[in-house]
Design a protein. Structure first.
Length: 140
C-alpha cells in the first residue's frame, strides 16, 4: 500500500481510475461509430463530356470543406462541430470530420473542374478525359 493511504482510500482511487478509463474508451467508441455511420449521400451524373458529383453536406460551412481530385476519384473531407458528442467536462461541442471518396465511372481531367456549394449541396463537375475509339497506324 502507498504510504499515507488506507485500504478504503486505495480502493476509491482504483475505482476512480477505472471509471476514467471506461469513460475514455466510451468516448473513443462513440467517435468511431459516428465516423463509420455518418457518410453523406451522393449522386453521380454522367453527361456526354463531363461527370457531375453531388454530395449532401447540410450543416457544414463552405470554408470547412476540402476537395481533392485525381483522374479516377474525388475525395471530400468536411469538418463540423457535433453538439451531441460532448465530453463529461462540460464541453458540449466536439469537432467531427467526415470523409467521402467517390470513384468516377470514367477517367477525368482534374484541372478542368468546377465546384460550388449551395444550400448544403456540394456540386463538382469534371471534364471527361477524351478517349479515341481507334487509331490509324501508318505502315512504314
Amino acid at each position: 500500500m502507498k504510504k499515507g493511504m488506507d485500504s478504503k482510500g486505495l480502493i476509491d482511487k482504483m475505482l476512480e481510475d477505472t471509471a476514467k478509463t471506461i469513460d475514455s474508451i466510451k468516448n473513443d467508441i462513440e467517435k468511431t461509430i459516428v465516423d463509420y455511420t455518418f457518410v453523406p449521400g451522393k449522386d453521380i451524373i454522367e453527361t456526354n463530356d463531363s461527370i457531375i458529383v453531388r454530395v449532401d453536406l447540410a450543416g457544414i460551412k463552405k470554408e470547412n470543406i476540402d476537395l481533392n481530385l485525381t483522374d479516377t476519384k474525388l475525395r471530400v473531407k468536411a469538418e463540423f462541430e457535433d453538439e451531441h458528442l460532448g465530453d463529461l467536462k462540460g464541453n458540449n461541442r466536439r469537432p467531427t470530420v467526415i470523409r467521402r471518396t467517390v470513384r468516377f465511372p470514367k477517367k477525368v481531367v482534374p484541372e478542368e473542374s468546377e465546384a460550388k456549394f449551395e444550400n448544403g449541396l456540394l456540386t463538382v463537375e469534371v471534364s471527361k478525359l477524351e478517349k479515341k475509339e481507334s487509331y490509324t497506324v501508318n505502315i512504314k
